[in-house]
Unconditional design. Structure first.
Length: 541
């Protein structure tokens, strides 16, 4: 006899009112989730995966509305009042969001944000809740949790912030965990640990999981059943083994076949250095404040040397917190550092803000968290052309708009979206907007900080091809920071491996992948490429 559904969705529809009319994000989907079951929802960016779950949680944006039915243990959630939803959200149904920096309050330490749900929903005393919070941080792999519990979100790496979000979601041992790209910001080794952790907790607690992702490799080893969404509709659903062995819909077959391919050709040996760093060190102060004089120092980057040549792509890989992003920002003079930094043979190590300003259009950064870097009050057109208004103030408005239309097409977006706002887009679409904003200035160096982490595989392939085409046409140089080694291999001609702020190994891409010397590099490659980064979870009845 089939188990009764814990979460039952019928004819769920989601619409958004925009400047260009009503946009249908979800078009009447059905979904069932049973206790102790893992259901994956897969599909390209904009397919409606996240919006369907946001509707169930009552978390749609102000211009969104949901209809149809979504019931949890027989209680209807669509149209349920705020007080009713609050008794369920954070306790019975919790959600790990795709972009942790926008979900964590920047004004509060992570400990306070972990403690409050346990105090509110479980009635724990503050001291007991803090002790449990430290246990949870240790459980999800945060180093030195007793100290890190007093950190602010900005003091953590993207992957560490995602782990904090997972700890918050698990704090009250929910019935249903909705995981929206929960491993997007994590390196391959931590990804394996987190997925094993979720599987173990599911087995212990009987928790059901809705797993939203674009990574079909994870789905194959983690989910019992799969729903494939395209343009707001479910086009195929099946048990995981059956779907992977015999997909019936052409769209599903396309997703399974999508993978970044090709190899980056190195620049000529005589290609000159464009951006160089010698013995770069970055140190952050941690702690201190109104009631504490204790101040610790975190050495985020230690004696790192990098030489990026014209037309070259250097991939920087390593676990979360290894210093990858900090090194990239230091080379762009966006964080204070010690050491020597040169750009186009000019020493910029001590250049102040005024001296750096004319160089900024040549030195661009695509951020890891696109939603946090895109102003919610600006339209896409205003966001993309902002750099032109700053660096080319005399450019006529019609020419700016024309350039914006061209670059939006290049990154795979319809220029008609220029009048819409960031919250109306999926995570992958927002990342493409962020790439367009950087590329419109035609820079010499671009630091790409996890630029494809929020994108499904088919779009990753398109973005990799786009970046390579732009590089070939304009002689661009990239620092490509990523934990996705498949994308790095397709994108970079040289790789730097970082761990705990230090460069542990570097060399041509094929040499690093095929013959790594250091044990740490070998462990990264094994976790990414052996196909079994976490234990299989057997299908549940």
């Amino acid at each position: 006899m089939e188990k009764q559904s814990l979460l039952k969705v019928r004819n769920l529809r989601v619409e958004f009112s925009t400047n260009d009319g009503v946009v249908e994000a979800v078009k009447g989907i059905d979904l069932d989730l049973r206790s102790n079951e893992t259901v994956a929802i897969v599909g390209e960016s904009g397919s409606g995966k996240s919006q369907a779950m946001m509707a169930i949680m009552g978390l749609l944006a102000a211009n969104g509305r949901a209809s149809g039915s979504a019931s949890y243990r027989g209680q209807e959630l669509i149209g349920l009042g705020e007080s009713g939803l609050n008794r369920i959200r954070g306790s019975k149904i919790t959600m790990i969001f795709q972009e942790p920096m926008t979900s964590l309050d920047p004004l509060y330490r992570i400990g306070r944000q972990l403690v409050e749900p346990m105090v509110h929903h479980r009635g724990l005393a503050a001291r007991a809740a803090r002790a449990r919070a430290i246990e949870l941080l240790e459980l999800v792999g945060i180093p030195d949790p007793g100290r890190r519990i007093d950190s602010y979100p900005h003091e953590l790496s993207g992957g560490q912030r995602q782990r904090v979000m997972i700890a918050m979601a698990l704090a009250n041992e929910p019935d249903v965990l909705i995981a929206d790209e929960p491993t997007t910001a994590l390196d391959v080794t931590i990804q394996a640990q987190i997925l094993t952790l979720l599987a173990d907790l599911q087995s212990k607690l009987g928790m059901a999981i809705v797993f939203i992702t674009h990574d079909l490799g994870i789905v194959r080893r983690f989910a019992d059943r799969v729903y494939v969404m395209r343009a707001g509709e479910v086009v195929e659903q099946d048990h995981t083994g059956s779907l992977f062995a015999n997909p019936s819909h052409p769209y599903t077959r396309m997703l399974l076949a999508a993978q970044p391919t090709g190899r980056k050709t190195p620049p000529p040996p005589d290609s000159p250095p464009l951006l160089e760093g010698r013995d770069v060190n970055v140190t952050f102060r941690i702690g201190g404040g109104w009631f504490s004089r204790s101040v610790d120092e975190l050495r985020a980057v230690a004696n790192a040397s990098v030489s990026l040549r014209r037309g070259q792509t250097i991939g920087i890989v390593g676990e979360s917190g290894s210093g990858k992003s900090t090194l990239g920002r230091a080379l762009l003079r966006l964080v204070p550092s010690r050491g020597t930094i040169r750009f186009e043979e000019r020493d910029i190590s001590d250049a102040d803000k005024n001296h750096m300003r004319p160089l900024r259009k040549r030195l661009q950064l695509v951020f890891q968290d696109p939603f946090g870097s895109l102003s919610p009050r600006m339209t896409v057109g205003q966001i993309v052309t902002e750099g032109l208004r700053v660096h080319m103030p005399k450019m006529p408005a019609h020419e700016r708009d024309l350039r914006a239309s061209e670059v939006l097409r290049e990154v795979g977006l319809d220029p008609a979206v220029a009048n819409r706002y960031p919250h109306e887009f999926s995570g992958g679409q927002r990342q493409r907007i962020a790439i367009a904003r950087a590329m419109i200035l035609k820079p010499g160096v671009v630091v790409l900080d996890e630029p494809t982490s929020a994108l499904d595989r088919s779009v990753q392939k398109q973005i990799v091809d786009l970046l390579r085409d732009l590089q070939s046409a304009h002689g661009l140089s990239y620092l490509f920071i990523s934990h996705d080694l498949a994308v790095v291999r397709a994108m970079a001609d040289y790789i730097i491996v970082m761990r705990a702020g230090r460069l542990v190994e570097e060399g041509p891409t094929d040499a690093i992948f095929d013959s790594p010397r250091e044990d740490y590099t070998k462990s990264l490659m094994a976790a990414a490429l052996d196909g079994t980064p976490f234990r299989n979870t057997p299908a549940r009845a």
